[in-house]
Design a protein around this ligand. Structure first.
Ligand code: B12
Ligand SMILES: *[C@@H]1O[C@H](CO)[C@@H](O)[C@H](O)[C@H]1NC(C)=O
Ligand SMILES: *[C@@H]1O[C@H](CO)[C@@H](O)[C@H](O)[C@H]1NC(C)=O
Ligand SMILES: *[C@@H]1O[C@H](CO)[C@@H](O)[C@H](O)[C@H]1NC(C)=O
Ligand SMILES: *[C@@H]1O[C@H](CO)[C@@H](O)[C@H](O)[C@H]1NC(C)=O
Ligand SMILES: *[C@@H]1O[C@H](CO)[C@@H](O)[C@H](O)[C@H]1NC(C)=O
Ligand SMILES: *[C@@H]1O[C@H](CO)[C@@H](O)[C@H](O)[C@H]1NC(C)=O
Length: 341
């Protein structure tokens, strides 16, 4: 809902009056309600229904459209914390970046904050900015390449929290530009998260658009006609090892050798294994905007309440792409491992 509010806003359409079939929906009211449900769940169970990434999106969207919520509660919600900003032991740059955007919005949007709240938010942002910077490597990547776009947005709106010379925006930008022709951002979601920072924008610019510039104009985006893929010869086959393992309770760990056409993705390997031996290698998935998300393997289901998920690995290293995008190569040792985040 938060993402839809931002999208409606960016399209110069009112998120409080979205026409849906014959009626209209108030997305802002809907998000206010969902946000309350999240706060309630945290009070009762100590954890959100979704994640702190999504809570940050909530605050960002509600702040942008002047929705009804308490900045004081938001400042406590987004304060430093292991459970909030880490998956297992790994700091989540993505989560921190959206949290910074949300809190810079709180600091810069119209309504004046009580001094204590103002100061708390400033402290939160400082902690987050320092943590984000600590995840930067010498080539300019911040976290991994898919968190870099969000990190750029966060750092560009919080420049007053950075020591001079602490971050070279140009170097990061150059690194991102180098990755584009390699197809790194071919996934539409990956593209959508990298684009704003390439145009000097952040999600905070969404509510500052001049919509009167758009009125009366028809939008005709020229869409490229897809070129027919001229693959005449069949690609050669490659073989990989595929393992399914319960890394939580160690109840199983089975491997199989699978042959797939060169250029196949991880998902294809999983399908082949499932065909060969459904008892051991069956799996289910849910389709998200990022692609297929693996929800269960061999009947063992991922469960957010227990913080379990099916992790994808190659040669023992966690992948930064999903099963639908990761292209496998000859001799690779692939694994899906039931893990805790
Ligand atoms: C939270 C999160 C998770 C949680 C999801 C559960 C939860 N508690 O919410 C956990 C830790 C389990 C997770 C797992 C994975 N994730 Co993740 N995740 C995120 C994060 C930080 C936020 C997603 C979100 O809430 N979006 C907002 C909501 C509104 O959008 P949504 O699409 O409905 O969100 C759901 C899906 O995105 C899904 N999901 C989460 N991650 C992934 C990854 C893939 C490939 C798919 C298809 C779906 C998916 O879970 C979300 C919650 O229900 C994003 C960061 C980002 N920049 O987007 C990374 C991100 C999407 N994940 C990523 C990756 C790589 C993975 C893994 C493949 C890692 C791995 N090696 O195993 C696995 C998925 C494996 C599988 N089973 O298929 C990458 C994707 C990059 C890419 N090019 O595809 C991102 C961008 C992080 C990054 N910077 O690398 N993830
Ligand atoms: C739209 O409204 C009609 C009439 O109320 C209903 O039959 C139809 O299922 C609705 N469609 C959707 C997509 O909600
Ligand atoms: C920086 O991180 C990226 C993505 O994780 C990686 O590909 C690259 O090799 C790293 N560069 C250096 C110099 O460590
Ligand atoms: C986005 O907003 C910032 C801050 O108001 C401004 O400096 C920047 O120029 C805006 N970006 C664009 C592309 O207009
Ligand atoms: C918005 O754009 C219109 C049309 O170009 C212009 O007349 C108006 O001054 C702009 N408003 C702002 C606030 O920039
Ligand atoms: C399963 O076995 C493989 C091969 O021996 C090993 O590489 C992998 O780490 C194991 N996985 C787990 C979760 O124990
Ligand atoms: C691991 O096994 C224990 C004991 O059988 C069980 O209580 C727990 O739910 C299992 N963990 C997961 C994540 O399934």
């Amino acid at each position: 809902v938060a993402l839809h509010i931002l999208a409606q806003n960016a399209s110069c359409s009112d998120p409080r009056r979205v026409s849906a079939n014959t009626s209209t929906i108030d997305l802002v009211q809907l998000l206010e309600w969902k946000f309350k449900e999240e706060l309630l769940n945290i009070r009762i169970h100590g954890n959100p229904l979704t994640s702190y990434y999504q809570l940050s999106l909530d605050v960002l969207a509600l702040c942008q459209v002047n929705g009804h919520f308490s900045p004081a509660i938001a400042s406590t919600l987004l304060s430093p914390g292991q459970k909030k900003y880490y998956f297992d032991t790994k700091f989540s740059v993505d989560t921190a970046a959206v949290s910074v955007l949300a809190q810079i919005c709180l600091l810069t949007t119209g309504q004046s904050l009580p001094p204590k709240v103002h100061q708390k938010i400033r402290q939160n942002v400082q902690w987050l900015v320092d943590k984000i910077l600590a995840e930067k490597n010498s080539s300019g990547v911040i976290g991994n390449i898919y968190s870099t776009g969000l990190a750029m947005q966060a750092l560009s709106v919080s420049s007053s929290y950075l020591e001079p010379g602490a971050w070279s925006c140009l170097k990061t930008l150059q690194r991102v530009l180098d990755e584009i022709p390699r197809g790194t951002f071919n996934n539409p979601m990956a593209a959508s998260q990298i684009l704003p920072s390439l145009e000097g924008n952040s999600y905070l610019n969404v509510s500052r658009l001049n919509c009167s510039m758009d009125s009366g104009k028809e939008n005709h985006l020229p869409l490229p006609t897809p070129r027919p893929t001229s693959s005449t010869s069949r690609p050669p086959s490659i073989s990989v090892t595929y393992t399914v393992a319960d890394g939580v309770n160690n109840t199983f760990n089975d491997s199989i050798s699978v042959t797939v056409p060169q250029g196949s993705v991880f998902f294809k390997v999983m399908e082949e294994a499932q065909n060969k031996d459904p008892n051991k290698f069956s799996f289910t998935y849910t389709w998200y905007s990022w692609g297929p998300y693996i929800t269960s393997v061999r009947g063992l289901k991922a469960d957010n309440k227990k913080r379990t998920y099916w992790q994808l690995l190659s040669n023992g290293i966690s992948l930064s792409k999903g099963a639908g995008d990761y292209v496998v190569s000859q001799g690779e040792r692939l694994e899906v491992r039931f893990s805790i985040y």
